[in-house]
Design a binder for this molecule. Structure first.
Ligand code: HEC
Length: 137
């Protein structure tokens, strides 16, 4: 095989990868713009359910790594959202009735009807665990 073959093969692979990258929505390739950098801990499996529910229902606005999303919603890795400032009830309330914008300029948070109280509890446990790993408690 000659060098030119490798050249075209490499070019082809790059073209395919760029096309896939270009066609996938931002969320799917993980290049949403976070507001803060966060550390993602490796949590044990009892947090799996909460992590999945979070990813499905909250991540689009609060960020896959809880770092917020530019234009969509605030980071949970933030002193506003530690349990001493926004306790778990504030989280249950946010999910069941929504939030009037007051701390930020993202607009209101809609109530999240796809999440019931038990599921909200799982999500809160997950958020608290990630906050802890980022030095917030
Ligand atoms: C469509 C975007 C969006 C989604 C989805 C979303 N949020 Fe929010 N959320 C926001 C915005 C925007 C704010 C900030 C409102 C403000 O204070 O200005 C917020 C604020 C909050 C607050 C703070 C409440 C308070 O009292 O200040 C909590 C808690 C919260 N969200 C939890 C959640 C959880 C849990 C989920 C997933 C089940 C979720 N959010 C999904 C946009 C969203």
């Amino acid at each position: 095989m000659n060098k030119i073959y490798y050249f075209y093969a490499a070019g082809g692979i790059i073209a395919v990868i760029s096309l896939v990258y270009f066609l996938l929505p931002d969320q799917a390739v993980g290049n949403e713009k976070s507001i803060v950098e966060t550390v993602m801990p490796s949590l044990d499996s009892r947090f799996d359910k909460g992590a999945k529910l979070y990813a499905e229902n909250c991540a689009q606005c609060h960020g896959k790594t809880l770092g917020g999303v530019v234009g969509n919603g605030p980071p949970f890795i933030h002193s506003y959202y530690v349990s001493g400032h926004h306790d778990d009830d504030a989280f249950y309330r946010a999910v069941s009735v929504g939030v009037q914008a007051h701390h930020w300029q993202f607009g209101n948070m809609p109530k999240i009807e796809s999440v019931n109280r038990d599921q909200a509890q799982r999500i809160i446990e997950y958020i608290r665990a990630v906050q802890l790993a980022n030095g917030l408690d």
